[in-house]
Ligand binder design. Sequence first.
Ligand code: PHE
Length: 473
Amino acid sequence: MSGNREQFGSKLGFILAAAGSAVGIGNLVGFPVGAAKNGGGAFLVMYAIFVFFICLPVMIAEMTVGRAGQKDPLGAYSDLSNKSGLWRIAGWLSIITPFMIAVFYLVITVWIFGYLVESVMGNLDVLADPSTFGTFINSNSLFLYMALVLLIVYLILQGGVKEGIEKAAKVLMPALFVMLVALVIFVLTRDNAIEGVKYYLIPDFSKINASVINGALSQAFFSLSLGMGIMITYGSYINKKANLPEASKLVALTDTAVAFTAGLMILPAIFSFNPEVDPNELSESSVSMIFSYLPQIFLELQSSLGYVGASFIASVFFLLVFFAAITSLVSIFEVPVASLMCEKEVSRKKALVVCGILLVVFSVMCALSFGFVDFFTSFVSYADQNKSFFDLVYDVFYDTILPLNGLLICLFVVYRWKKLAFNEELEQGAEDYKGSWLEKYVTFSLGTFIPSILFIIFINTVLQKYFGFALIG
Ligand code: PHE
């Protein structure tokens, strides 16, 4: 299979696809609210340091392993380690993790799609009712929306790397940028918007503590789509002429710029559309922010723009979030699909159908976890807490295994594949990388403090999540 492996058609296409993966719900909603509540400008600076000094080397490592392996994550780990059993486990984790994250990310994307359809159909007033979300996520129409989202993902992935993933990114990403900028301009020109900008940006160092630091690093790591096998898989679709350090920098920069810009939309919108806002009541979770809080905020626009105007703005917002979510979903689902194609030598269509059926089964179990079916709603209990099936998937794969996968890739490139081979691969297409300070920094950090930090996060999460006590915060 590796002989005629599919390829991205252009460097820009590759960067847009990788950025499309990175830019997601986390950027548009999670980051702005997290930043505003946890120290504003102080959080921003810390986040940017984490992105460039900790996450960027990991992204470079993932893309390089992918390009050297020219295979799926399991194949790459296996080949580059001479089929070591231990590293094959890391390979397996890089396939199962994205699959399981796709399961819960699909559910959230389906909700967004549902809200998009409802606001386009003129039901913003219904969405703004606080009880709607609870009813919506337990309604039968959810399954119709799920079928439609799956159809879109299927149609994109069926086109393959160049005609599917790359083409979709080339349309969706520019559209996303335009909508984001248009919304920012609209919001910033409304009364009182400056209060939101102040709340977002004025640094408050007293808010920075160990748990905020931990949260910022996890957010950066998730936001760049690391630990999910995605960058390994996308890296396997580029040729030796591509400059990987350059591409990684651009992806990290785009992702951070979008997250920062989204803050200039969300916070000023909240403060301007509803001047009586109490910042302390801003919800921490992206989910309640998108589905309960923001629809109410959009409805406030009614007094100045009329109901149709308010619905239009809400629809553009949901379309923006939907585009961001769909490019992320496509990237994460491509990992198990590509792995099945490569490992079992089956066609893309067959791999899509098999993975798609599994995805539907698990996602339906997740979707039924919110009160629909008791068995899934109170699925397990640990650290004295009842957890639904959705919570379990989220805790295990997103919170726990993601940093572990990051740790494994660092150890892999430096101690198993070895620095020399890693750098040799990386220098292809990047002549100026050889001997640069970046090269020294990347190899040093990947072998020392980055895996140490990820190890501490992993242990802390395990203790906190499953045993109820924590080293940090
Ligand atoms: N980077 C995405 C975000 O910020 C996260 C993600 C990527 C989730 C890929 C799923 C798949 O939301």
